[in-house]
Design a protein around this ligand. Sequence first.
Ligand SMILES: N=CN[C@@H](CCC(=O)O)C(=O)O
Ligand SMILES: [Zn+2]
Length: 404
Amino acid sequence: MRTIAITGIGELTTNDAARFGGDLGILRDAALVVEDGRIAWIGPTTRAPATDRRLDVDGRAVIPGLVDAHTHLVFAGDRSQEFVARMAGAAYDGRGILETVEATRAASTAHLSTRLRHSMAELRRQGTTTVEIKSGYGLDLANETRLLRIAGAFTSETTFLGGHAIPVEYRRHRDAYIELVSGDMLRVCAPLARWADVFCEPHSPHALREDEARLVLTRAKDAGLGVRVHGCQLGEGPGAELAVELGAASLDHATHLRDSDADLLADAAPEGGPVVTLLPLVEFATRQPFPDARRLLDRGVHVALASDCNPGTNASSSLPLAMALAVRHMGMTPEQALRGATVEAARSLRRDDIGRLTVGAAADLALVDAPSYLHIFYRPGVPLVSALDVADTPGGGSSSGTWH
Ligand SMILES: N=CN[C@@H](CCC(=O)O)C(=O)O
Ligand SMILES: [Zn+2]
């Protein structure tokens, strides 16, 4: 059995408030012992037990590995011109999804896998150690299964998003596509996915309508999948009501929520209702208004943060930047933003084994090249956060890191 002590941690955020107090369970001048990839001990550096190896981080901060619970990382093509057009005033309406579908269908599996491998390394370099990945750029049976298989090689958090948009070949036969997604496509994709998601958006002619979204998600639940909803992204709509009605784990985007939606989500929160996953990089890259996180937090709604890295509405994979935007523009405190990208994101995936550092848990760590996690907000855009691969320290093992 190999043990390593990580010592000299200036500020260790555990999210274990019960043991260490405060909102974040912070311990200063801390050390942490890792045994076979699991945390075996947490305490002051001065009392760290003898170990086989020692890594001193010289006063830097350590936080739980970040959890990105909303990404669309399996795709081909490039929509940078669409971004440029938006910056010149064009509105986002979801049409670009179909452009990515065309490019993705035409791409080889090797190309898609290589791109995804690069994206995953990019995420780790920014501190993300758990990633949810959606399909949704295949929109036919063969390609949706292909994308889920590719994603499944990198994460257990795979999401079937056949209900992302109505593909061009079904434009005049929407009902037939909905029947396919909620029938044969779901049947073959369900074993490859943990979740199902839909883009329910009355303000986009390409996205699913409320009744279509309800049918797809109801059948997905019957097939044993957990459900998530893209809702209220482009304007007010039925997304929040649908998420609550179907017991979704998460309502994502929530850019345009009515007070009645916020009240509904608040009423559902004590019974394990949907976490609201806000995606500030999307508002940043589409020039939409930032949602008011405070309005939700004050009502007791659980709020998570994710990147929504995708080729259209946001191509940045930086969860630290999303966190900084949430504090600057959405009324979150730094504590709430850090929790949003760790324990609350874990909650949106219905997991309690990630997003916190406790004895017995996996050593799922991120290093902040600064004395405090506060520098994530204080110095936005600076690459301070990275996954800490304990096995990679001198004398250690693999370089690919561990996904949780
Ligand atoms: N809105 C729906 N889906 C993605 C965007 C997909 C795209 O434009 O390619 C999102 O989460 O924003
Ligand atoms: Zn999305």
